[in-house]
Design a protein around this ligand. Structure first.
Ligand SMILES: [Zn+2]
Length: 427
């Protein structure tokens, strides 16, 4: 953790689907047909090449040079060059992974098993790999930002999102995973060793920077958290003007803990009354905020009469501290109301981390590894008996993936040489 990102040459590798290996080997002998195939593939995706900043991409492509991957049985890999800006793109056929000897079909199965919660060690045994090779593959995917990949799928940057930190462990040390979720998609999965405002700000800022780079006018309208102080402070700093709400379901689950020394049926009755109160407040648009303030006061009085003044006072103090966050949720109909989907994402990630010794290593590449897992979370389709069977998170949220094959999508979308051509920005 903390190692500064090495300044590397711009990654202009592109993965191209040549359908089958025979087609690829046939095209190697015909430069013109090879280039046409590459261009047709990009056109079908709606992608453009990432030229140098000064280039409008309107020039021609030529075959530039080639090299031979000895360890892959001598596969020839071509580079193509823009005749205007001289940017060079490495064209990887779909059956080759960047810098890797591993075959895509092996990587696909091993990653799917990893995503499903199998340990790296077990995946390695099943697919005849070294656990480290699999760990490094996930990390390599994680070097591509979530924002870049998700916007390449046509997803708009989120104007409302859920943010919270998952508590985890690295050996005996406590660590935190600051997370940003909208619906079924992870936009950020960070890693910090402290729960301070400064640490969380640094982590959430990675998302904020990537998003602003993508879209300089990017503004967040609303964020739902569970109200933890470091979280709200860091988000307020990074996204000034955003409405900060606190999760209503958390509130509901917290109430019984505020009620001490009373019989269980009384506690249950109060919780159910509180549930009705929040539920009704959500139903009434417009008048909701006013109605909530009044009803919270009535509820406190009710607690005092049924559970004693000490409990009444504790609940009153708690309401005073939290109600601004509830108002924020209720004042804007587009605000997310509960953080259930974020909890689901955290549970899914936790199931994997629990299994992975590679993660629990103080000098491991935790951040890259987590981002790699987040890509899998976003792009692997749900199993066939799930609610959104056959779709991945990106698709559930209205994004488009390049092909029907999730692993090919992962290869294409984490290709550094592609640029998403916004449909509306082509003038
Ligand atoms: Zn160019």
């Amino acid at each position: 953790m903390g190692k500064a990102a090495k300044r590397t040459r711009e990654n202009r590798t592109i993965t191209v689907d040549f359908r089958d290996e025979a087609t690829y080997f046939h095209l190697l002998g015909d430069g013109k047909a090879f280039l046409e195939c590459v261009l047709a593939f990009m056109l079908s995706l709606g992608f453009q090449l990432l030229h140098k900043a000064t280039c409008d991409g309107g020039g021609c492509l030529t075959r530039h040079s080639h090299y031979v991957r000895v360890r892959l049985g001598g596969v020839t890999i071509w580079r193509v060059q823009c005749t205007t800006c001289r940017a060079v793109f490495t064209v990887l056929p779909h059956f080759v992974l960047r810098y890797r000897q591993m075959r895509p079909e092996v990587a696909r199965d091993a990653l799917l098993a990893t995503h499903g919660g199998l340990s790296l060690e077990l995946c390695a045994v099943l697919y005849h790999l070294s656990p480290m090779a699999l760990y490094r593959l996930v990390c390599a995917l994680g070097h591509h930002s979530l924002v870049a990949v998700l916007t390449r799928c046509g997803l708009p940057l989120p104007t409302y999102f859920l943010a919270d930190e998952k508590h985890s462990r690295c050996l005996t040390d406590k660590v935190y995973l600051p997370t940003i979720v909208t619906g079924r998609v992870l936009w950020h999965l960070g890693y910090t060793t402290e729960a301070s405002t400064a640490a969380f700000t640094e982590s959430y800022q990675v998302f904020q920077r990537a998003a602003s780079q993508q879209e300089p006018s990017y503004r967040v309208r609303g964020i739902l958290t569970d109200g933890f102080d470091s979280t709200t402070k860091s988000l307020r700093m990074l996204f000034p003007g955003a409405r900060l709400g606190t999760c209503l379901r958390h509130a509901l689950n917290k109430l019984p803990k505020k009620l001490a020394a009373i019989p269980s049926p009384v506690r249950k009755a109060l919780r159910s009354k509180f549930h009705t109160l929040l539920y009704r407040a959500r139903q009434r648009q417009g008048l909701r905020v006013f109605a909530l303030g009044q009803r919270l006061r009535h509820f406190v009085d009710h607690v005092a009469t049924t559970a004693g003044t000490a409990n009444g006072e504790r609940v009153r103090r708690w309401f005073r501290e939290k109600k601004a966050g509830w108002y924020a949720v209720l004042a804007d109909p587009q605000m997310p109301v509960t953080s259930t989907l974020l909890d689901q994402a955290h549970n899914a990630i936790e199931r994997k981390l629990f299994m992975m010794k590679g993660f629990h290593h103080p000098s491991g590449s935790q951040q890259a590894f987590l981002t790699g897992l987040a890509h899998l979370y976003n792009l692997i389709p749900y199993q066939r008996r799930a609610q959104h069977a056959g779709q991945c998170g990106v698709e559930v949220e209205g994004g488009h993936v390049p092909t029907a094959d999730w692993f090919l999508n992962l290869q294409i979308l984490t290709s550094g040489g592609f640029r998403y051509a916004m449909p509306h920005s082509t003038t």
